[in-house]
Design a protein around this ligand. Structure first.
Ligand SMILES: Cc1ncc(COP(=O)(O)O)c(C=O)c1O
Length: 412
């Protein structure tokens, strides 16, 4: 039977995640894998889970097993509102921050629209933007005239500047698809994949551009609480609350299996997100929300976070030391102040996509950096995760990678 005719017009735009493909094909536990982005299982409060479940059932009874409000249970919304100093009306609970990204895409993007983002871009976000047939382009820099015309992505409509129809609307010229930029997507703290953190000035520049172009900002922030060094910088939401949707997540500060996150944003925007979420999942998982709320309100989250931060700081420092020790001259890498990743740049001419099969056979996995670039460029880069790999595999893994890089350098 030919099933193709049944698929919607969106389906050809679905991107497969190369990271998930790696997981499908290879038993990562058998090799040294820097590929995934999983938290370390030792950071999960495993022993506290039965107690949390018992407390929640005692406190809330069958309510904890019933459907709940689409905005999230009031207790968790209030706990998030208090933690981040915002009114509860500006908090929407999501079934993970990936859903937060997807619901923003669904509510704001039409086919042909543009999302402005700073490359390299988180793969899950690229997948979501593409699924709604939007294009991702680099955030323009410069004065307001150059902001109004940005280079087109080569794949979509041919290259060359596309006049942006700013959020106010306007007619597209004949033959040109209606194209408008709706939001800027950024991960200001400990970016996935680059590990970098935006300075206050860079955040202010994003706000300036967004105000100049009258755009929304989606601030994806699942790692913000995982800072190992340096000073906390203001969130973009704090700088521009009127136009920012700030996405948070329990995945890296509690456990990703709970699939819980939140959006903080202007009430008028959350109202549409609320309606959209009704058809997505009716409500976020109720038992999970009560357990997360209990974990947070009892102070256990902050205690666990302290241990998590110490654990990841050690792993980050271990990886940085090993890179210093083994990587050949000409290689460079980011020094993340938090999060789970760092970004390795090898000398020009080394192709990390081409090198990948050889690396796997040698027993080491990574994610090629070009997967995070909408145009597939930067083939001499890779993302390395330091949170998940067993510590005993860190040194052999980096040694293998460095050997492969040195060997490719010789044969360039
Ligand atoms: C930048 C970023 N945003 C969102 C997510 C999704 O996280 P979750 O859906 O588990 O909250 C991730 C996961 O790795 C991420 O790195």
């Amino acid at each position: 039977m030919d099933y193709n005719k049944f698929f919607s017009a969106d389906v050809p735009s679905f991107l497969r995640s190369p990271v998930r493909e790696i997981f499908r094909k290879v038993d990562l536990s058998a090799i040294c894998s820097f590929a995934g982005g999983y938290p370390a299982a030792v950071t999960f409060p495993t022993e506290q889970i039965p107690g949390l479940a018992a407390t929640v059932l005692e406190k809330y009874g069958t309510k904890a097993l019933q459907y709940g409000a689409t905005q999230g249970v009031p207790e968790l919304r209030q706990a998030i509102a208090s933690r981040y100093g915002v009114p509860v009306s500006q908090v929407q609970i999501t079934t993970s921050s990936q859903q937060g990204i997807d619901v923003c895409s669904r509510v704001f993007l039409d086919p042909g629209d543009i999302v402005l983002a700073k490359s390299p871009v988180y793969l899950g976000a690229l997948q979501s933007f593409r699924a709604y047939r939007a294009e991702v382009m680099d955030i323009p820099s410069g004065d307001s005239t150059s902001l109004r015309s940005v280079p087109a992505p080569p794949t979509a409509y041919g290259s060359g500047p596309i006049p942006l129809h700013l959020s106010g609307g306007g007619q597209a010229p004949e033959g040109m698809p209606l194209t408008s930029a709706k939001f800027i997507y950024v991960i200001p703290d400990f970016n996935n994949p680059s590990g970098e953190t935006m300075t206050l000035e860079e955040r202010e520049e994003i706000v300036r551009i967004a105000r100049e172009m009258d755009l929304l900002i989606v601030e994806d922030s699942p790692y913000r609480e995982l800072r190992y060094s340096g000073e906390q910088v203001k969130t973009i939401r704090e700088l521009a609350p009127e136009r920012t949707l700030h996405l948070g997540s329990f995945s890296k500060i509690f456990a990703p299996g709970f699939r819980l996150g939140w959006i903080i944003g202007p009430e008028e925007l959350l109202e549409q997100i609320y309606v959209c979420k009704q058809c997505l999942d009716l409500c976020p998982p109720v038992l999970d929300q009560y357990m997360a709320c209990e974990f947070l309100e009892s102070g256990a989250l902050d205690a666990n976070l302290e241990k998590t931060i110490a654990e990841y700081r050690r792993r980050r420092d271990l990886m940085l030391g090993l890179l210093e020790k083994y990587m050949p001259a000409g290689a460079s890498w980011t020094h993340p102040e938090g999060g789970l990743f760092l970004w390795l740049t090898l000398p020009e001419g080394i192709d990390t996509v081409a090198l990948y099969d050889e690396a796997l056979s040698a027993g080491v996995a990574y994610v090629a950096g070009s997967f995070f670039y909408p145009d597939g460029s930067h083939r001499n880069t890779m993302r390395l995760n330091f949170s998940f790999i067993e510590e005993s595999k860190m040194e052999p893994g980096i040694k293998l990678l460095a050997g492969l890089a040195a060997n490719s350098l010789k044969h360039r």
